[in-house]
Design a protein around this ligand. Sequence first.
Ligand code: FE2
Ligand code: FE2
Length: 325
Amino acid sequence: MTAPALTAAEADSVVGQAVFDEIIARDSRIEPRDWMPDAYRRTLVRQISQHAHSEIIGMQPEGNWITRAPSLKRKAILMAKVQDEAGHGLYLYSAAQTLGITRDEMTQQLIDGKAKYSSIFNYPTPTWADMGAIGWLVDGAAICNQVPLCRASYGPYARAMVRVCKEESFHQRQGFEILLSLMNGTEAQREMAQDAVDRWYWPSLMMFGPPDDESPNSAQSMAWKIKRFSNDELRQRFVGMLVPQAEVLGIRLPDPDLRWNEDEKRWDMSEIDWTEFHEVLAGRGPMNAVRIQNRRDAHEEGAWVREAAAEYARTQARKTERAVA
Ligand SMILES: [Fe+2]
Ligand SMILES: [Fe+2]
C-alpha cells in the first residue's frame, strides 16, 4: 500500500518546516522571504506590533512634561528621549511590515482600541520626578526585556533591537540622573523622588508579564527562540540591577520583603498584585481612554500630512516618467 501523494503546497511546507527547524536549531536567523510556520508569523506580528504601539503610546506620559521641564538642558534631553521612542516605534513597525501586515492596518488596530500595548503607559505622570522614575524603572525594565531580543530568531526584529537597546541605556541613565539630582536636593525634592519610585516600582515589575506558571505562550516562544529567558528570570535580573542603584540613590524600593536568598540564589519579594495588572490590561487603567484618544486625534490631525506626502510622491513619479520618456 502506498501513501497518498502530497500536494505541491503540502510538499513545500514539509520542506519548509525542515529548513525552518534547522535554522532555529543552529541559532541562525529567519529572514522575511524564508518559509515560516503560520503560528510563528502570527506570534511575531502580534509581539512586534504591540511593541511598536508601546513605543508610540509611551511618548505621551513623558511628552506631558516637555513644556514644563525645569531647565533648558532638561527640556532638550527629554525631547531627545521622547523622539527616540518615536524612532523605536518606526523601526518596529517596519520590522512588522516585513511579515505581511501594513502600517495602516496596525495603526487602525491601535486607534480602534483593538491592539494591546504595554499597560505601564496607562499610568499618569503628575510630577517631574516621574520623568526620573520612568527612565530609571520603565526604560530599565525595557532594557532587561530587550537585550535578549537582540538575539531573537527573526532577523529584522533582532536587528531593530540592537539600535533600540543602545538608546534605552541612555534613557535609563538620564532617568537615574534626574532622580540623583532630586535626591541631592531639598527635603521636598527627595520626597517627590521617593513618591514617584513608590508609584512606578510595582508596575515596572509587571512589565515582565505574569509568573512563568501562568504564561501559556512563553514555552512556544522560547522553543522558537523569540524569547530567551522566562518572565520570572528577567524580573529577577531587573531587581538585581535595581538594588545597588537604589542604594547609590538613597531611595527605598517599596517592598519590605525584598531580600537576597543566598540558599536559592534569588531575590525573595512580596506577591505582585496581579488584579491591578489585569484591570489596567483590560483597559480600566487610569489613563487608557486618554492615551488612545490622543493617538486618534494625532492620526486625524495628521491626515493632511499623509495626503501631501502621497501627492508629492505621485508628482515625483510623474516627473521621473517624463524624464525617462
Ligand atoms: Fe523605546
Ligand atoms: Fe526608552
